[in-house]
Structure formats: C-alpha cells, structure tokens
Ligand binder design. Structure first.
Ligand SMILES: Cc1ncc(COP(=O)(O)O)c(C=O)c1O
Length: 359
C-alpha cells in the first residue's frame, strides 16, 4: 500500500544555518509531520504542516506517566544531490517492538517510511552536505488522552521533526577523534524485564544523573554496566559498544536490556562479511580493564545513528583511567566508519539494499 499526505507549506521559511556551524539537535526545519490515532479508527489524517509549537491538554498521559516513544534516523545528501535514508524499515520495526512494550498501537512499516520520506521531501533543501553533517530525523509518539490515571491511552499523536546536524561529539568535526568514557558503577540503565530494548523517553531521563557524573569527570558519555552485578558491559549513552580484544570484536548480546541498534547490526554484518570474528557475548568490565593493562585491548568504539562510529580513547572506571590504542583511532573503527558513511552518502555502492532514496 502506498501513502500520500496533504502538505501545508510554511509561509515563513527560516534562513538555513551555515553547514560548518551545525550542532546536534538545536535548529529545526520548516515542516513537521503529524498523524492521529483513535481507538477504532487506527492511524489517520497524516499531514505535513509548518513546524511549530503544539497544544496538548495538561492532563495528557504523556506528561504524567511518560507513555511515549521515539526513533532516531538520518537523511544524507550524496555528491550528485540525491537524498538517502539508511535502513528506515529497521526503524519502523523497532518502533513497533517499542510500541508493543508500552501498549501503544502498531503502525504499518510502509506508513512509517512514507511519512518520513514525505517530511524529508518537503525540507530537502535543509539536508546539509559538508562532511560529517546530515539531517537528523526524530519520529515520536505521545499519548495525549486528556485524563489522569495509569492506563494505556486511547488517543495518540505521531510526529516527525527534523534538524540539520553536525557531529554528535563536537570533537568529531570532519574527521574521527576519540572520546573519554565514564564507566558507571552505581546507577543502572535497564534490567531484564524492563524497557531497555525499547526506545522510550523514561530510559533517557533515568540516565541523566550518570551523564552529569560523566561530565564532572570531563568524560563525553557513560558506559553502562548490567543491573544485577554491575559488571557486564551494556551500551554507551545513546550508542552500542564494541571492544576489540586480540583478534575478536565483542559486543553485548541483545538480551532485552540494550537497544538493538541499527548501526550495531550494520557493524556486525560488515565485520562478518570481512571475515573478522564479531562476537555477541557478555563481556565484563574486569576483562576489559585487564586486557587494557596487558595490551590486548586494541580498540573500543560506540556505534549509533547520532554518534556513527565514535572510537573511545579513555575509559574511566572507579577513579582509574585506562587508555585505549594510545587515544588514536583504530583500524576497525576507521574502516567501519568509512564504509558506513560511504554507503550512507552514496560514495560507496549499496550492495545490501540498505539505502532508500527520498524523491
Ligand atoms: C540507548 C541507545 N543505544 C543504542 C543506540 C544506537 O541505535 P542506532 O544504531 O539504531 O541509532 C541508540 C540510538 O538510537 C540508543 O539510544
């Protein structure tokens, strides 16, 4: 089934920011997408309208019980001016897994992808083209029943907003550099049976205290450990985490507590195609720090839509600092970064059907 949506053009388009001054998530484009859900009617009245503030009842369930979810993806400009999305059907599938967890309605994958394309199409001129920049796409759903009481809502609003973005870590402007990562030994992000695998706002609110601690130690982000033993590596901030020990590249398994990253899946696919042993297993922080001391920890990197591939240069754990690969960008990090960004921006052929063009 193909979907089309009515468009109301913004009569007052904003000046576009200078591509070299873009930061992550601060400036928004001229349009946004809105669609309603009503019980018995399903998703209806999808439309592209001018970007602007929205009106919701102060009793809306999202404001009290955090019944909301979001996704994160990007549009990239190719050298010949085309606009590409990277594996958008994977975001649609993840949205539905999240929705199932928090009792929100399912959405047809094609409806989701068509809505993203329609919104990006309207703001095509906002997709920046300098190295390391892209148009960040933030689809989200809020429960806006105007009634208090902890229960699944009957009315939802799906929206998409767009922001032209520079690198997630300011240090990565134009080329890769390494980050300082704080290993959180007190707070946890998610436990088995919780919402760790779902992209819900509450997961992120619960992470803020640890981020503050990380920033106090001059670190860029938090590496989470498991909820029970505070020992096994989970993920980093809003990215998945990979460690290269000896010849193996190791990442946490998808066991319900970490977000199944689309970049993570792409990294594993590429490594396996290249014949690099890419293992999904529990990895303890002790094994990592021991490997660092013995010189067996060759590289570590985070993977995510916003962070792309962000090599870690230092791990700070229990007040000690562990330097990785002399704080230099490792060979795997660089090769994966070049390959993924190459496919996303059309510089490398897309032999896996990972990109979709926005017409
Ligand atoms: C907690 C968390 N882990 C991992 C990721 C990476 O996922 P993806 O590669 O799909 O962006 C994200 C970003 O969405 C995230 O928020």
């Amino acid at each position: 089934m193909s979907y089309t949506f009515p468009v109301t053009r913004n009569p007052n388009p904003k000046p576009k920011p200078n591509s070299s001054e873009l930061v992550f998530g601060k400036q928004f484009t001229d349009h946004m997408f809105v669609m309603d859900y009503d019980e018995g009617q399903g998703w209806h009245d999808g439309r592209v309208i001018p970007y602007g503030d929205i009106l919701i009842s102060p009793a809306s369930s999202v404001l009290h019980y955090a019944q909301m979810m979001f996704e994160g993806m990007k549009a990239y400009k190719t050298e010949d001016g085309r606009i590409l999305l990277f594996r958008p059907e994977m975001n649609a599938r993840r949205l539905n897994r999240t929705n199932e967890r928090i009792c929100m309605p399912q959405m047809d994958e094609e409806l989701f992808v068509s809505a993203v394309k329609a919104t990006v199409h309207e703001d095509k001129d906002w997709v920046p083209d300098s190295p390391g920049t892209s148009l960040y796409i933030r689809p989200f759903i809020i429960a806006d029943d105007p009634a208090l009481g902890v229960k699944a809502a009957k009315h939802y609003r799906f929206m998409i907003i767009l922001c032209p973005s520079g690198p997630y870590y300011a240090a990565n402007r134009g080329k890769l550099s390494t980050t300082r990562i704080f290993v959180e030994d007190e707070y946890i992000r998610a436990a088995h049976g919780g919402t760790g695998y779902a992209k819900v706002g509450g997961n992120y609110a619960g992470s803020l205290r640890a981020s503050q601690k990380a920033h106090e130690c001059d670190c860029n982000d938090v590496l989470w450990l498991d909820a029970i033993e505070h020992r096994y590596i989970e993920e980093v901030g809003s990215s998945n985490a990979f460690f290269v020990i000896g010849d193996e590249v190791i990442t946490a398994p998808l066991a319900g507590t970490i977000l199944p990253g689309i970049t993570r899946d792409s990294v594993l696919t590429l490594l396996r195609e290249w014949g690099v042993p890419a293992i999904e297993r529990r990895l303890s922080i002790d094994e990592v720090t021991m490997a660092a001391k013995e010189g067996a920890l060759k590289e570590a990197f985070a993977s995510g839509t916003a962070a792309v591939i962000s090599p870690m240069g230092t791990l700070r754990y229990l007040g000690e600092e562990y330097v990785i690969n002399n704080r230099e960008v490792g060979v795997h990090s660089q090769r994966i970064y070049d390959t993924i960004t190459g496919i996303q921006t059309g510089k490398l052929p897309d032999t896996r059907g990972w990109t979709q063009q926005v017409d």
